[in-house]
Write a protein that binds this ligand. Structure first.
Ligand code: PAZ
Ligand code: MN
Length: 897
């Protein structure tokens, strides 16, 4: 079976080259390379449609079109070269992993699935990576571009550029002063020309894109507390954009491309860094910032209390601790520069500049009647004190009327804007649900700098992880960053954080953006705007700590499984180690700052684990377990079906639901359950679990569900037209639980769509595995067979049906669709287009399992009838969610809302 990988870099072929050799190669190869440039007939990139061909099925609606002669490379890279920092954004395509999956094609034919709602280039998805460098180390940036071949397509590109025709006209989009200053250097070293884009245009385009397309982009930061703000796309304008770079620009933004620079100040990041360097002898901006963490500005600043003998000046609302004059105290004391602590100077300076910017920003907002102010630029660096001070100034002067907001991709506005100016990629109409932010994985860490994006090559990733280990405790996370420092009330007190701002704290604070054009919002959500997938709020620290511990404790077991799934080879062990380190590092990182990559829920943590496994090429750690359990369960299925068929309709429905709940015990993600599995065979545990199914369950809406299904008294209700069954685990769960339930629905004339994972996660069954399981089950059951045939599921799998008792009665179809994710949970804001298409005619949704119906979606409301079925296999969750105990069951039925 082909591995459904998220990316496949095997074509890169540099596994065998060690790092040192690679470095040497890239050093000596820095002259323009043959093949490093491409044809450009004008400064605007244009599509070369010669030789265009449809990829895949011709009959498909909106098929992918391959342009073999189109160099899509240039749009892979854009830069913002500022006075102190270079910000780089590049795009890597998802490697083409189209498998000849007939199930997919059948589903498309049957359901009329489109390629999402996007028709433009690029039809294929990809990733946006964010990287930055010190401008003074521009060579490091050039090395990076060169080593990843970003100027000619990138190593992630399906087309390796060696055969690309050479031209003098290769172009990279760039903004910022350095686009002018370093143009010759780029030409000389990489053989590419820089096309300059207007800085203000870029800032605005970048900010608009982020605010519209990224779910948790904007946040407030007051008194150390970070809160994400949901921006309504239709109510975004006007706003004030304050970009704090070396200097500060204040821009009134009225729409896309509609803006005016209304003000600015020359007192900005450059002032802090310049003055700070002179006064403290610090060698870098980050060092200066780190120093401020330990400072006390009261030794430098003149406070109201200093003037009023320790008293507040309450008549005009000034507390004793308010700063009356920044640096004012130094005039009255007979001291020299050396007598002051550099820490105190740095803090005082930081506060003075941040406050001043906040105040000027507010005055400009007032001038134009703007309520919202977004602050961006690399001066902020996600630094709590800076944000608190700015927020305080805005809040104070506006008397709470205006609000300062910050952007997670604060430093990349200009670079993003430059990237957007390549007209052909059509990023401008991306929707929030088509972008998935993922944790940056195994980022390279060179000379104290995190270089952000995932490394293309597995071997590289592993050796970086090994390097982390060699460096010992110094590095706890691939992307180290500032602790959640709080600065006390209004940013006026001494920073209270005991944490140390690491020297490389501000390097990166964002994940990798995955562009998945085919994702859609699940159409049956009652209110997508208010939908929140996560049930458990991890902003509660106790909760966070608990789940971190659970995942950490589970880790060694998981590594064993993963390594075994790859044959237990030395290579697998090495990857297993690297995976464990990377995952622990991410956990440590998130423990320090849970909101580092946007709002964090339990579902994100569980998905992170799966992503991390895939990153180290463990594509299906539970493969053997799943196979074993499927076989064992399929062997007893005929007996179960016979037993069910002997029951009355009422009893059968109850037994079926009991069966689903009982079989949900087979969950390799639960510590308690895994311990159980040592105590008996699958069938023994299944029997035991079924015996314990005493009603009432902890949440028990069975009677209401039964009434909807069977009616009461004489009246027989209409059967549902189509049911979507979100299935969970392999083995007994799917074979003895969900399939028999599906069969019952089919028997009653309801079409059934089994919704399964696109990628493996724990022991969950995947959409790719389901057709074979259904085919096996159908060998023993006419209902399943007829329906699977009607749904086009059996065409390949059923060539050798054993019992010849095929009936010709027309049947409602049984189908399988993928859900678009590879996690034990599901975020219904981002599902596959085939699931979205299948949902159109559905009037019943059944969510099964802890991940899909408890951790996520327990509180989700649907436009149609919904049934949530799960066994709670964790004591804490049972207590918290249903005030019950481990192994309690949930059968929650909610009619259409
Ligand atoms: C990962 C899971 C959500 C999977 O459960 P499922 O959806 O298969 O019912 C669950 O196993 C879980 O929450 N495990 C961690 C908690 C524990 O080990 O107790
Ligand atoms: Mn599961």
């Amino acid at each position: 079976m082909a591995n459904p990988t998220t990316e496949d870099h095997s074509h890169i072929g540099i596994h065998d080259i060690d790092e040192e050799t690679q470095r040497q190669i890239s050093e000596k190869d820095m002259a323009p390379l043959p093949g490093s440039s491409i044809h450009r007939s004008s400064s605007r990139p244009q599509l070369d449609v010669s030789g265009a061909a449809i990829q895949g099925n011709f009959e498909e609606k909106d098929p992918t079109i391959l342009l073999p002669n189109q160099s899509d490379d240039i749009s892979h890279l854009a830069l913002d070269i500022g006075g102190s920092l270079i910000k780089l954004i590049y795009f890597s395509r998802h490697a083409d992993r189209q498998v000849d999956d007939r199930r997919k094609r059948r589903v498309k034919e049957r359901l009329g699935v489109s390629n999402g709602n996007r028709r433009n280039f690029p039809i294929l998805g990809g990733r946006l990576h964010f990287v930055k460098f010190e401008t003074s180390n521009i060579n490091e940036c050039l090395d990076f571009i060169h080593s990843k071949q970003l100027h000619c397509g990138g190593i992630d590109s399906p087309r390796w550029p060696s055969d690309a025709p050479q031209s003098e006209n290769a172009v990279i989009k760039a903004t910022g002063g350095g686009a002018y200053k370093f143009a010759d250097l780029f030409k000389e070293r990489l053989g590419v020309s820089i096309e300059k884009e207007d800085e203000m245009n870029c800032l605005v385009a970048g900010a608009n894109f982020l605010l519209k397309a990224i779910r948790h982009e904007a946040f407030t930061h007051m008194e150390g507390h970070k809160e994400f703000v949901q921006i309504d796309q239709n109510d975004l304008f006007p706003y004030l954009l304050v970009n704090i770079g070396s200097g500060v620009s204040m821009i009134k933004v009225d729409g896309d491309g509609k803006f005016q620079r209304v003000s600015g100040t020359n007192v900005g990041g450059g002032t802090y860094w310049g003055l700070g360097r002179l006064l403290t002898k610090c060698k870098s901006f980050d060092e200066l910032l780190e120093l401020s963490q330990r400072g006390d500005n009261r030794t430098i600043d003149m406070l109201v209390g200093d003037i009023y003998g320790g008293m507040d000046y309450s008549k005009i609302g000034l507390s004793a601790s308010t700063i009356a004059s920044s640096f004012g105290k130094t005039i009255s004391e007979n001291k020299e520069l050396e007598d002051y602590k550099p820490e105190d100077i740095s803090l005082s300076l930081l506060r003075m500049i941040s406050y001043n910017i906040g105040q000027i920003a507010y005055l400009n907002a007032l001038r134009f009647g703007l309520k919202r102010i977004f602050f961006g630029g690399f001066f902020i660096r996600g630094h709590a004190y800076t944000m608190d001070t700015i927020s305080f100034a805005v809040h104070f002067w506006s008397k709470g009327e205006a609000q300062a907001m910050f952007l997670r991709h604060e430093g990349f506005l200009g670079a993003l804007g430059a990237f957007m100016s390549y007209e052909k990629h059509g990023l401008d109409d991306l929707m929030v649900h088509q972008l998935v932010e993922r944790f940056p994985m195994g980022a390279p860490y060179i000379g104290g700098n995190v270089h952000g994006p995932p490394l293309g090559d597995l071997n590289e990733k592993i050796s970086w992880m090994e390097k982390f280990v060699r460096k010992g405790t110094e590095i706890t996370a691939p992307v180290p960053m500032a602790p959640p420092a709080t600065t006390g009330l209004g940013g006026f007190e001494v920073p209270s954080s005991k944490g140390v701002l690491r020297p490389d704290a501000s390097k990166l604070n964002v994940g990798v953006l995955h562009l998945v054009p085919s994702l859609e919002v699940f159409p049956l959500l009652a209110d997508p705007k208010t939908y929140e997938p996560n049930t458990i709020d991890l902003s509660d620290h106790g909760e966070l700590e608990y789940w971190f511990t659970v995942l950490s404790e589970h880790l060694s077991d998981l590594v064993d499984k993963a390594v075994a799934s790859e044959g237990g080879t030395d290579d697998a062990k090495r990857r297993g180690d690297a995976f464990a380190r990377a995952f622990s590092a991410h956990l440590a990182r998130l423990m320090e700052e849970p909101a580092a990559y946007g709002k964090l829920g339990l579902a994100n943590l569980l998905e992170l684990r799966e992503e991390c496994l895939r990153e180290f090429h463990f594509f299906d750690a539970y493969r053997t377990i799943k196979q074993r359990e499927n076989e064992a369960s399929l062997a007893v299925l005929p007996d179960l079906l016979m037993e069910l068929d002997s029951l009355t309709e009422d009893m059968r429905l109850l037994t079926l639901i009991e069966g689903v709940l009982a079989a949900n015990i087979f969950d390799w993600g639960s510590r308690a359950c895994v311990d159980l599995y040592h105590k008996g065979t699958i069938i023994e545990i299944y029997r035991m679990s079924r015996k314990k199914m005493q009603r009432p369950w902890r949440v028990d809406d069975f009677d209401a569900f039964k009434e909807r299904m069977l009616g009461s008294g004489e009246t027989k209700p209409q059967p549902h037209k189509r049911a979507l069954l979100f299935v969970d685990n392999s083995g007994a769960d799917i074979v003895l639980g969900m399939l028999p339930l599906a069969r019952e629905l089919l028997r009653r004339g309801t079409e059934v769509v089994l919704v399964a994972n696109s990628l493996p996660a724990l022991n969950d069954v995947t959409a790719m595995e389901l057709p074979d399981i259904v085919a096996e089950a159908a060998k023993h059951c006419d209902i399943l067979r007829g329906a699977a045939e009607a749904g086009g599921l059996l065409v390949d799998a059923m060539s050798n049906i054993q019992d010849g008792s095929k009936e010709d009665t027309p049947s409602v179809p049984l189908m399988v669709v993928e859900n678009g994710c590879g996690s034990p949970c599901i975020d219904l804001r981002q599902v596959s287009s085939e699931l979205a298409a299948a949902a159109i005619d559905a009037d019943l949704v059944i969510l099964e399992g802890m991940g899909r119906s408890l951790h996520t979606n327990y509180n989700a409301k649907f436009k149609c009838d919904a049934l949530k079925l799960a066994m709670v296999k964790n004591q804490r969750l049972a207590a918290k969610l249903v005030k019950g105990n481990i192994y309690d069951c949930v059968c929650r039925y909610e009619p259409a809302s």
